[in-house]
Design a protein around this ligand. Structure first.
Ligand SMILES: [Zn+2]
Ligand SMILES: [Zn+2]
Length: 346
C-alpha cells in the first residue's frame, strides 16, 4: 500500500509499504480521510521525540473497518469509524481521576503507532480499550469525521476555559483550530466572538467562513486596544490563543476582563517557551490561565455529535482535498497558511 512516512527532519517520503495485519485485539481500517494540521508540518520539519522513524504520519483519521482481530467484538467490516489521536492508558492515577487528557503514559496515533496517511491502518487494541473508536453518525461524511479530532481538542480547551453563555470571546489565530474555536464558542452561547490574526489574507479567508463579530489584523492595529474598544474598556471574558506566539499570550493577559479566563491553547516552540506575565494583573483581576493538551476519547465522541447535529459545522472549513501522493504539497499549503483545513484522501 501507499503511505506517507517520516524518516528524518526534512525527509518525508511517499512510498510503498506492506499492508498491516491486525493483531487479535486490533481493528484494521481502510483510511478514507486523514486531515492535516500544523503538527504534521512541525513533525516533517523537526521530527518529534516520540517518533522513531520510519513512521507513517497522520492523526486526524476516519475510515471504514475492513478486518477485525479474533478477540474483537462489536465491530465488523463496513462500519464507518473515527479514531482518537491521543491514547490514554486508562489505568494511572490521572486516568482513574478522569483526567485522561493529562495521562502521563499517553501515546498517539502517528507517533507511537502508525498513522493515517496510508491506505490502511491498524487501530491498536489500546484504542479500543479506552473507547477510542467511534461510529460516524449517519449524514456525516468521512472528511467531516476526520475533523472531529481537532474539534475534540478545541472542546477540551473551551471546557477548561469555561466558555459559556454571554461571554465575549477573543480567538487569536485564524487557522483551522481558530475557526473551530469561533464556531464552538458560538455553539456554547458566547455573546460575541472576535478573531485576531497577523496574516490578513488568512484572516479574511477565515472570517468569510466563520463570520466573527470583528476580524482584527494584528499587523495593522494593536489587538489589545481593539478588543478594549470593542468591549467598552472591559476586555474579553475569554481569550484563547490558537497560535504558537508568546507575544499573543502576553497580549491575551492584557485584553482579558476582570475574572477573565485565558486559554494558552497553542503551545510555544520548545526552545522559547518563556513569556513575561504581569502577575499583578492575574492577582487583582482574578484571572484564570488554563492550558489544553489534546482531548479525551469522550471529547471525540462529543465532537462527532456536535458535527452531526449541525451545532458546529465543519464541511465548509475543509478547503482542500488532495490524494495521498500529494501529501507533501498539502504540508506546504498548511505551512503557508493558504488553507483552512486540508484533508488527504488515500
Ligand atoms: Zn492535528
Ligand atoms: Zn493514564
Amino acid at each position: 500500500m501507499k503511505a506517507v512516512r517520516f524518516h528524518a527532519p526534512g525527509d518525508v517520503r511517499i512510498e510503498d509499504v506492506p499492508e498491516p495485519t491486525p493483531g487479535p485485539g486490533d481493528v484494521k481500517i481502510r483510511v478514507r480521510n486523514c486531515s492535516t494540521c500544523g503538527t504534521d508540518v512541525k513533525i516533517s520539519k523537526f521530527g518529534h521525540h516520540h517518533i522513531h522513524p520510519p513512521r507513517v504520519m497522520g492523526h486526524e483519521i476516519a475510515g471504514e473497518v475492513v478486518e477485525t482481530g479474533a478477540e474483537v467484538t462489536g465491530w465488523s467490516a463496513g462500519d464507518r469509524v473515527q479514531v482518537i489521536a491521543a491514547i490514554p492508558c486508562g489505568r494511572c492515577g490521572e486516568c482513574r481521576r478522569g483526567r485522561l487528557t493529562v495521562c502521563p503514559n499517553q501515546e498517539s496515533m502517528g507517533y507511537h503507532y502508525e498513522g493515517g496517511f496510508a491506505q490502511y491502518l491498524v487501530v491498536p487494541a489500546k484504542v479500543l480499550a479506552v473507547d477510542g473508536l467511534n461510529r460516524i453518525p449517519d449524514g456525516v461524511g468521512f472528511a467531516e469525521a476526520s475533523v472531529a479530532e481537532p474539534l475534540a481538542c478545541v472542546l477540551n480547551g473551551q471546557e477548561l476555559a469555561r466558555v459559556g453563555t454571554g461571554d465575549d470571546v477573543v480567538v487569536v489565530g485564524s487557522g483551522p483550530i481558530g475557526c473551530l474555536h469561533v464556531r464552538l464558542a458560538r455553539a456554547r452561547g458566547a455573546a460575541r466572538v472576535f478573531l485576531v490574526d497577523l496574516n490578513r489574507a488568512r484572516l479574511e479567508l477565515a472570517a468569510g467562513l466563520v463570520r466573527p463579530d470583528a476580524a482584527i489584523c494584528g499587523a495593522e492595529v494593536d489587538p489589545v486596544d481593539e478588543v478594549l474598544k470593542l468591549t467598552d474598556g472591559r476586555g474579553a471574558d475569554v481569550v484563547i490563543t490558537a497560535a504558537a506566539s508568546g507575544a499573543a499570550q502576553e497580549q491575551a493577559l492584557q485584553m482579558a476582563a476582570r475574572q477573565g479566563r485565558i486559554s494558552f491553547f497553542g503551545g510555544l516552540p520548545k526552545d522559547n517557551p518563556v513569556i513575561a506575565c504581569d502577575s499583578n494583573l492575574v492577582h487583582y483581576r482574578e484571572l484564570t490561565i488554563v492550558g489544553a493538551n489534546g482531548s479525551s476519547p469522550a471529547h471525540n465522541a462529543e465532537a462527532l455529535r456536535l458535527i452531526a447535529t449541525g451545532a458546529v459545522p465543519v464541511a465548509d472549513l475543509i478547503t482542500h482535498r488532495l490524494p495521498l501522493d500529494r501529501a507533501i504539497d498539502a504540508f506546504g499549503i498548511v505551512a503557508r497558511g493558504e488553507a483552512i483545513k486540508v484533508t488527504i484522501e488515500p
